[in-house]
Write a protein that binds this ligand. Structure first.
Ligand code: SAM
Ligand code: SF4
Length: 331
């Protein structure tokens, strides 16, 4: 197609340029704030989009809808077979490519992913203590994650961000240590408020550590210089004085950033979601497998975004939890 893409705008004037693609709902960890110890009923493999289907949908999003960045996530995206090849095909579409991972398999894949065209990576790490990591993720893999972070940096992925979800009484006493770890290794650090998106439905607002609390804890150890928010990014950022380390705080619950949201999400089984908290999805897989042409897929995508609401209503009486948990939507 030679014509320029037409922007994907919703009825509130928000232009959507960022696509999150979940490559699998499976995971090799069992973070307590995300899923139960026994795991979940994973999608049958035939229900998941194959590589050609993912590439086709991303191509339509780039060529027709003006999508500029694609973040690969899951579940655990490194569990996807043939990931390096898929990354190469997506990079060839000319989008900025990033990955969110638990880092367990990153030590052996980082260099290949970088070479295939991956630009940046976010690695989830909620604690620096091995016993705590094992209790929090129910797997004894902290060594792999630390090695994965180092391999990502060595491979030239830039930036390497560490994502942590502080939970009261579990790891909130480590907020300054995590920031120091980021300073020491040249990573960026992000703290994310926990959200009611765990599969068990046991989210408890009282256990959520707010962005304000995170900043207060950090302020006890560091001088924080405000950087602000870059573009529509969800994180508000501070730089630790005397360092290049930038700390981002994502206050999804206490300071929602829905007004500037530029995201759409595609689940591993090809369902388009116009919001993390959406309660409805558009079945792009059915269109793909039913032989729809690109124009039909584009129209379905625009219709989904046209129906996007103003924002989530966590904490209010109208809030309805989405049926799928975070791991099945793509975090
Ligand atoms: N498995 C990968 C990982 O852990 O980075 C990618 C998927 S995971 C669902 C994406 C991000 O969502 C992680 O940073 C994780 O910590 C975060 N997350 C999971 N459950 C959450 C929850 N209930 N509230 C807030 N963040 C959550
Ligand atoms: Fe797996 Fe990521 Fe969920 Fe942890 S947060 S269980 S690593 S999907």
């Amino acid at each position: 197609m030679n014509t320029a893409p037409r922007p994907l705008v919703d009825r509130f004037g928000r232009v959507h340029t960022d696509l999150r693609v979940s490559l699998t709902d499976r995971c090799n960890l069992r973070c307590t704030y995300c899923m139960p110890a026994e795991g979940l009923d994973w999608l049958p493999r035939a229900d998941a989009l194959d590589d050609d289907e993912v590439v086709r949908l991303v191509r339509v999003a780039v060529e027709r809808l003006g999508m500029r960045s694609v973040r690969l996530t899951g579940g655990e995206p490194l569990l996807r077979r043939g990931l390096v090849g898929l990354v190469g095909r997506l990079a060839a579409l000319g989008v900025e490519l990033s990955l969110t991972t638990n880092g367990v398999g990153l030590a052996r894949t980082a260099a290949g992913l970088r070479e295939a065209g991956l630009g940046r990576v976010n690695v989830s790490l909620d604690t620096l203590r091995a016993d705590r990591f094992a209790a929090l993720t129910r797997r004894d893999r902290i060594g792999d994650v630390i090695a994965g972070l180092a391999a990502a940096k060595a491979a030239g992925l830039d930036p390497v961000k560490v994502n942590a979800v502080p939970v009261r009484g579990v790891n909130d006493d480590e907020i300054p240590e995590l920031a120091s770890f980021a300073v020491e290794h040249g990573y960026l650090m992000r703290f994310i408020e926990s959200m009611p998106l765990d599969a068990q439905g046991s989210w408890d607002r009282a256990a959520m550590v707010t962005a304000e609390e995170v900043l207060a804890r950090l302020g006890e150890r560091f001088e924080l210089l405000p950087v602000g928010r870059s573009g529509n990014a969800p994180a508000e950022e501070w730089r630790i004085a005397g360092t290049d380390t930038v700390i981002g705080v994502i206050a999804s619950v206490t300071r929602p950033f829905c007004g500037g949201c530029d995201r759409v999400r595609l689940t591993a089984d090809g369902q388009l979601r116009n919001c993390l908290f959406a309660t409805e999805e558009s079945d792009l897989r059915a269109l793909l497998r039913g032989g729809a042409d690109d124009a039909r897929i584009e129209a379905a995508w625009r219709a989904s975004v046209a129906g996007k609401g103003p924002g989530h209503a966590i904490g209010s009486a109208e809030f309805v939890r989405p049926e799928r948990p975070m791991s099945a939507i793509g975090g």
